[in-house]
Design a protein around this ligand. Structure first.
Ligand SMILES: [Zn+2]
Length: 293
């Protein structure tokens, strides 16, 4: 595994190596990766804008609809591509959609937590942000950008061409050992709430936290039965589409050096995640003997 401090330095080598090796491989498909952001504070908006602009020079941003077709094997990519996603449904993401994504014509998936969307009381929202999202706002009150988007915001995002995905009811870690009823409420029932409020079928689900330890076997089973597209937070290419797989995503912050991000997206750190992601894939492929956590 590469030390993170080395990632900006190795980026040009990784990029050249991948271009060079893919030129000699027959049937090599363009790469497909999914970016994972969370809330963006007001002082981070310009950083996000310049990060996305840098990425747009090297990768093609695809829409969630295009992504669905590629992952289902109904469409092929012509260029290395990225899908943008935001987890947790912070109010700041609505602002970002208008001020950053719209001018760049980027369509994203926003994964929302239904208890968070429905919470309107400040002290309860602050408690949720601290206890369920594991954030620690320094100030005593809640900053505007840390509120959740409401149902009206989500309707407007859909009108702008974005997609809303489910991210559970309360952002629990869906580990093995949780009662099946609890998992069903968190995974399936939360999507039903979104469907009832917004009037469409939810096809995308992202596991809270998204690391291997947060994806229990029963939870994975329920999620894969209910949704067409199930996302982890494990880094990796999504190029082997066509069979049941948990989708890989690259968790990013706007403070990351662009060359560090470039290295992530060229796969420099994938080895750290690949064996665990493959275990999840094997479970999804019906190899039930594969033991998850
Ligand atoms: Zn989350």
């Amino acid at each position: 595994m590469l030390l993170k401090a080395c990632l900006p330095i190795v980026y040009p080598f990784y990029r050249t190596f991948r271009r060079f090796s893919s030129a000699f491989r027959v049937n090599e498909k363009p790469s497909l990766r999914v970016l994972l952001y969370h809330g963006i504070a007001p002082n981070e908006v310009d950083l996000l804008k310049s990060q996305l602009k840098w990425l747009s020079k090297r990768w093609n941003f695809i829409t969630p609809t295009h992504f669905e077709k590629v992952v289902s094997g109904r469409k092929f990519l012509k260029k290395d591509s990225l899908l943008v996603s935001f987890d947790d449904g912070f109010k700041s993401d609505f602002f970002v959609a208008d001020k950053v994504l719209k001018p760049m014509n980027i369509k994203a998936i926003f994964f929302v937590i239904t208890d968070f969307v429905e919470e309107e009381r400040e002290c309860q929202t602050l408690k949720f942000v601290r206890e369920n999202l594991k954030l620690n706002p320094k100030e005593s009150g809640l900053s505007d950008h840390l509120w959740s988007m409401n149902w009206e915001d989500l309707k407007k995002l859909r009108k702008m061409g974005h997609v809303i995905g489910a991210h559970t009811k309360s952002h629990k870690r869906l580990t093995q050992g949780l009662a099946k009823e609890t998992l069903e409420v968190e995974i399936r029932d939360s999507a039903k709430v979104i469907e009832k409020k917004l009037g469409f079928k939810v096809q995308h689900f992202a596991f809270p936290f998204g690391d291997f330890a947060s994806i229990g076997q029963d939870a994975l089973q329920i999620a894969s039965e209910h949704f067409d597209f199930v996302y982890s937070g494990l880094r990796g290419f999504n190029r082997d589409w066509g069979s049941a797989k948990i989708l890989r995503r690259d968790s990013l912050t706007v403070h990351e050096n662009v060359y560090t991000i470039g290295s992530f997206l060229e796969g420099a750190c994938d080895l750290r995640y690949s064996s665990k992601a493959k275990l999840l894939d094997m479970h999804l492929a019906g190899k039930m003997g594969v033991k998850l956590l």
